[in-house]
Design a protein around this ligand. Structure first.
Ligand SMILES: *[C@@H]1O[C@H](CO)[C@@H](O)[C@H](O)[C@H]1NC(C)=O
Length: 316
């Protein structure tokens, strides 16, 4: 494509959400409350798991990592959105935009890989309960977490570098509330074939492969329960896998809704609504899914707090 007026873009404008200005304040308060809930909810989980030694098991260490990832993921987009809604100045510098894209991909992919590690942990717990502690050794857990970080850092760096080589000449207005990769690609006037190919291949690696691995581990879990069906076994499986399965359904439900549902005529609005769903709602719900229905977490909350209160009361 000819690019005559190839000017270097120094900043982008984020159009934000398609909200009428009358309702701007209402949504501002709503998003602020959701962000604070996400931040505090996930922070409480990380602190509880750190402080309570009963929770130093692979499942809770992975959960703590997941909460960290959720906390960072929502902090990549929401504070900037809130700032833009408040200040009416919606610009973001070019480097800031690429940084936002990098961290957005980093924590989204990290969540996907951590869900696989957690599914594997549940699979071992149900199918090999007697060898659980030897299989899920601290070394293996650490390796799984390190592998997740390594892969996700490589993938998001690759996407970001490929984006950085593009020149943008279709204006600098992004019809979204953060620097979304596909919204940015629509503004590019260079050849984006490589970008699209990498998105296609790595997208498969990050979405389809984890999905298949999680699916396989649940097929194994269900078949091992059905081999010796007992009310106790089923209850145990539900109580240990229920939370993970809920989080997985929420994660993939949003992705499926985004990519597989027939696109309405107003696809930008649909994309933005789905983006609100996965940047705000999913990270907010994860801590509640894990803590509300979980006896260990409630016990830890009691232990950690009563210990602190006693220390405080004795003046230690
Ligand atoms: C993440 O998981 C690893 C391995 O289990 C653990 O050592 C580490 O403390 C966890 N990190 C956080 C922030 O929870």
């Amino acid at each position: 494509m000819e690019s005559r007026n190839q000017t270097l873009i120094s900043e982008f404008l984020l159009l934000g959400l398609p909200i009428e200005s009358k309702q701007q304040n209402l949504f501002y308060v709503l998003f602020l409350l959701m962000y604070l809930t996400t931040f505090l909810g996930n922070l409480v989980i990380i602190i509880l798991i750190f402080l309570d030694s009963h929770l130093h098991t692979p499942m809770y260490l992975f959960l703590s990592n997941l909460s960290f990832s959720d906390l960072c993921f929502s902090s990549v987009t929401i504070p900037k959105l809130l700032q833009n809604m408040q200040s009416q100045d919606s610009s973001i510098p070019y480097a800031g935009c690429l940084a936002q894209m990098y961290f957005f991909l980093l924590f989204a992919d990290l969540e996907s890989f951590l869900l696989v590690a957690m599914a594997y942990d549940r699979y071992v717990a149900i199918c090999f309960p007697l060898h659980y502690t030897t299989i899920m050794s601290p070394q293996l857990c650490l390796s799984l977490v390190a592998l997740s970080w390594g892969l996700t850092m490589f993938i998001s760096l690759l996407h970001t570098l490929l984006m950085a080589r593009l020149s943008f000449c279709m204006g600098n207005v992004i019809p979204h509330f953060f620097c979304d990769m596909s919204a940015l690609l629509r503004l590019a006037c260079s050849d984006i074939q490589i970008n699209e190919m990498v998105i296609f291949i790595l997208g498969g690696l990050v979405i389809i492969v984890p999905f298949l691995l999680i699916f396989t581990s649940y097929v194994r879990i269900v078949s091992s329960i059905l081999k010796v069906p007992s009310a106790r076994g089923i209850r145990k499986a539900f109580s240990t896998c229920g939370s993970h399965l809920s989080v997985v359904s929420l994660f993939y439900g949003t992705i499926i809704g985004l990519y597989l549902c027939p696109s309405a005529d107003n696809s930008t609005v649909k994309e933005i609504v789905m983006a609100v769903m996965y940047t705000m709602v999913t990270p907010m719900l994860n801590p509640f899914i894990y803590s509300l229905r979980n006896r260990d977490m409630k016990g830890a909350l009691g232990r950690v707090f009563s210990k602190r209160i006693i220390h405080f009361a004795l003046g230690q």
